[in-house]
Design a protein around this ligand. Sequence first.
Ligand SMILES: [Zn+2]
Length: 132
Amino acid sequence: MDTITKAQRSKLMSRIRSKDTKPEMAVRSLVHRMGYRYRLHDKKLPGSPDLVFTSRAKVIFVHGCFWHMHRTCYHIPKVRRGFWKAKLENNAARDKRTRQKLNRMGWQSRVIWECQLRNTEKLKSKVRQFLG
Ligand SMILES: [Zn+2]
């Protein structure tokens, strides 16, 4: 038996779902301004990638540095450290598996990290290098 109502569940889910987050919106608009066109969250692909460039067979994920354990800037909270460590490492492992799956299907993928939004020029050249 469910102990939470439908409304409670959908509220909870909307908080869990990381769609339309600020970094993602920023990347979308940047890439769009650069003239690239893409689809969003293709559920048919592993990990339902944030930006999908179908004709190029390429996808971009926008990752928050904390939740996806960006090597250069993540930190594990001191409180409930074991819990967080397991949770974050699990996220990172899942990301890795997702990208391997995509690769086997013939899709190239790149991750844009939240912190990379601080340097727009550098980010643009990364995007251009990836998409051509
Ligand atoms: Zn970062």
